[in-house]
Design a protein around this ligand. Structure first.
Ligand SMILES: [Zn+2]
Length: 136
């Protein structure tokens, strides 16, 4: 399972810390929801940092933070941009990286790095050219 960090699922780790703080501080319980739990933990961070178990807390929350990119699919990925060709090599080789600094980069040409404006202009130009080719 993707949402497993070691033997303890993501939400259960947040939940056990949230409950510990709620019980120890005599607070009104919150719902078992990521937003409410993280809000509670964040609000009580100064107090948490004064507790003996802060090292365990930091370790377990750190594991969750490290696991988050896998769960949210924010790991680096690359998408091929179809229907548009590289202005340099003319191949369908333009890709976009997530996360990335450019709207498009060419797999073949290291110097081809297009920003949003350039990329959109390129898409438009090539679409018009294709349209003209069909109508002539
Ligand atoms: Zn190229």
């Amino acid at each position: 399972m993707l949402d497993q960090v070691g033997p303890t699922p993501f939400l259960d780790t947040l939940w056990s810390w949230t409950q510990a703080i709620t019980n120890e501080r005599g607070l009104t319980p919150v719902r078992k929801h990521v937003t409410t739990m993280t809000a509670r933990l964040t609000a009580h961070l100064p107090w948490i940092c004064e507790q003996d178990w802060v090292v365990d807390f930091a370790e377990e929350i750190g594991d969750l933070v490290r696991a988050t990119p896998r769960i949210t699919m924010t790991e680096p990925r690359r998408e091929l941009l179809k229907g548009v060709t590289c202005p340099s090599c003319g191949m369908t080789a333009l890709v976009r990286h997530f996360p990335g600094d450019w709207a498009a980069e060419c797999r073949n040409c290291p110097s081809v790095k297009l920003d949003d404006r350039y990329y959109e202009a390129l898409v438009k130009t090539q679409a018009e050219r294709a349209h003209d080719a069909v109508n002539t």
